[in-house]
Design a protein around this ligand. Sequence first.
Ligand code: NDP
Length: 510
Amino acid sequence: MTDFNVVAAGDRAIPAQPFVARHLIDGEWRTSADGATFERVSPSHGSVVTLASKGGSEDVERAVSAARSTFDKGTWSSTSGKERATLLLRVADLIDRERDRIALMETLESGKPISQAKSEIEGAADLWRYAASLARTMHGESHNSLGSDMLGLVLREPVGVAAIITPWNFPFLIVSQKLPFALAAGCTAVIKPSEMTPATTVILGELIVEAGVPAGVVNIVLGHGDPVGMAMTADPRVDMVTFTGSTGVGKAIVTAAAGTLKKVSLELGGKNPQVIFPDADLQDALDAVVFGVYFNAGECCNSGSRIIVHEDIADEFVARTVDLSRRVPFGDPLDPATKVGAIITPEHHAKIDRHVRDAAAGGADIRLGGSGLPVPGLNGQFYQPTVVANVSGNMSIAREEVFGPVLSVLTFNTLDEAIALVNDAEYGLSAGVWSDNVHTCLEFARRAHAGTVWTNTWMDGFAEMPFGGVKESGQGRELGRYGLEEFLEAKTVAMRIGRTRAPWIEPQTA
Ligand code: NDP
């Protein structure tokens, strides 16, 4: 009997030909100026699923020029909120229409389960609809109490050209957390998806063109961080960078953007704790812990990768976590029953394994998993659901993003101890607490250093609620009204009414 619930390869065929992805520049689909291309090999099936143009500095130059001149002409920024909202809603409808096609490419490139990919595409369409509502309701301020001879206005204006740089773990969802908000604000954009997952951003580009968004408003350049992302970040014609990815690259972007003092918005990593008190509904908590750590194979900034369990219940809770982990369906991402798919690259697979080996060498206890997971019939890389107990707060597995299906278990006795463990981290993205006592939950919510706190739940997100991190988890917010604010500048207009201004220098009298 296998220790795990492995979903073997089914008979679902992958497309015979790879998806061909090109840059979208000024409304046209283009190959790279130097003709370079690259391939994406599916992490679950081991075959080439995408053939993409590989951008260089000339392609970035053309895309930024298009975004800049389109913005400066006012082609998009001077349209009414009603017009922008109409187009954003049209894109949302097209995303719904193409849901299955987008989800298939998302799964083939990222290795995530097809059922999850479909939900993410539905969630993305909802973000386009929400952003449309912001395009129509966005407004500034008026100040009518500055004195009888003054009226003050605060206008909200688009920042300008936004560079959007996205990672491989939620390619379609993350671009949809940024782009529709940028468009609602009136910005133009140049997007660079991760070179591991270019296809679905290209499909989004097709839908944007079909919806009738004017040429030059949305531009896409495919390729690597070096040189594409770096050139976008340094270009003086780009007004802001919005980035999701690793904290290391986030810091490099801040440094590069400093040369032209761009606005920078960053969604970075997390080492997100769930604290479990004995009075919680332990069945609910258990399910959320397993969901929190294995969702997207743990390749998730919000991964609940460490739990902090009260000592009175720790042994039983860990034993039940191990049992439930064995039941999670891991394997063929194209099977609708699968909950956890493949790991993004062989290199990342090796990095996950290194974290687990180092923890074991440092005295931690591998209660479950701890190595690769062969999936019959597939030629990709998968990792076993892994539970590591006896972890102390100073071990790297308790502090660093493993970005894999690996749970670290720590324990506590008092609320103060739990909060100290939660806050003893470089990251501050999200945190959770499980208790039936509302006072415990509220005190935890107030004291945890995190951009989001969940009480008796995990990873619920809403278009209306802002998302982002504190400390090294980032700066700025996505979603909600705050998500729109990132793409807006405030312009103050002070208007004198009548000729009441006292002269600074008295005029000469004749
Ligand atoms: P990166 O942070 O390296 O990449 C994210 C995006 O930034 C990609 O499009 C990448 O391009 C681009 N990029 C890379 N370097 C630069 C640069 N100097 N200037 C501008 N853009 C750049 O993430 P990885 O994909 O390499 O993942 C590494 C680790 O990051 C993971 O193991 C995980 O810990 C963390 N991560 C966190 C995410 C989150 O949601 N918080 C998401 C993804 C990763 P390209 O890769 O195509 O070269």
